[in-house]
Ligand binder design. Structure first.
Ligand SMILES: Cc1ncsc1CCOP(=O)(O)O
Ligand SMILES: C=C1C=NC(C(F)(F)F)=NC1=N
Ligand SMILES: [Mg+2]
Length: 219
């Protein structure tokens, strides 16, 4: 299997839904089904934080969510847990700066999608050199979802990266809603990642559609 092109990754990043069992108001399966019907372009299973599942339960939920993604031909990404990603034959992984190095993860996952969180130009450039397929930059806006989120930076780092002519696909994350998503693209981002705007919604389908409309993307 060969690596995804940057162009393909940029298309996939457009509306990036991220969820774990502790983020969802409705059942995770119901939320993801509605989000997939609403038109998300990629999904990340992020089972982390208080009351997060582990072991067999974590794997079983991951398998069910992966199956839903397969039905919609939407890539299934696993956060942090490389072993789980390999066990499920996920489409890729996302790692932070406190996980294994991107080089070590790339060696394990081959041509699967590799995403890296970055909070500075230096970290973006390290991710590029390590062969990451995309970087996640945030928090763009205030968020309550990630307890240890870094300083809220707006789109400044995205702008800085593009000013340096660094072209790696970028997805913005943190406090993103239909009302504030557009600036991420204006700054040079290729997509927006959301947790609570969809997972915490009473109507995940409706919120997903609103986000897509805000991005002027046909559902
Ligand atoms: C995982 C993560 N990384 C930076 S902010 C964040 C949480 C985003 O959640 P929400 O979309 O609910 O603000
Ligand atoms: C902490 C994170 C930062 N960014 C992303 C993504 F949006 F996928 F790039 N996922 C995460 N889990
Ligand atoms: Mg991590």
């Amino acid at each position: 299997m060969e690596r995804y092109s940057a162009e393909k990754i940029k298309q996939l990043l457009k509306l990036y839904f991220i969820m774990g069992s502790n983020n969802s108001k409705l059942s995770p399966e119901e939320v993801l089904t509605q989000a997939l019907k609403g038109g998300i372009t990629i999904f990340q299973y992020r089972e982390k934080g208080e009351n997060a599942l582990s072991g067999k339960e974590k794997m079983e939920l991951g398998k069910r969510l992966q199956q839903l993604c397969k039905e919609f031909s939407v890539p299934f990404i696993v956060n942090d847990d490389i072993d789980l990603a390999l066990e499920l034959d996920a489409d890729g992984v996302h790692i932070g700066q406190d996980d294994e190095t991107a080089e070590a993860v790339r060696a394990k996952i081959g041509a699967k999608i590799l995403g890296v969180s970055a909070h500075s130009l230096e970290e973006v450039e390290l991710a590029v050199r390590a062969g990451a397929d995309y970087v996640g930059i945030g928090p763009i806006y205030h968020t309550n979802t990630k307890k240890d989120a870094k300083e809220v930076r707006g789109t400044a780092l995205i702008t800085d990266v593009r000013r340096q002519d660094v072209t790696i696909p970028i997805v913005g994350i943190g406090g993103i809603t239909a009302a504030n998503a557009a600036p991420v693209f204006h700054a040079g981002g290729d997509g927006v990642a959301v947790i609570s705007e969809i997972s915490g919604a009473n109507q995940p389908y409706a919120n997903t559609q609103s986000l897509l409309n805000a991005l002027n993307i046909e559902a």
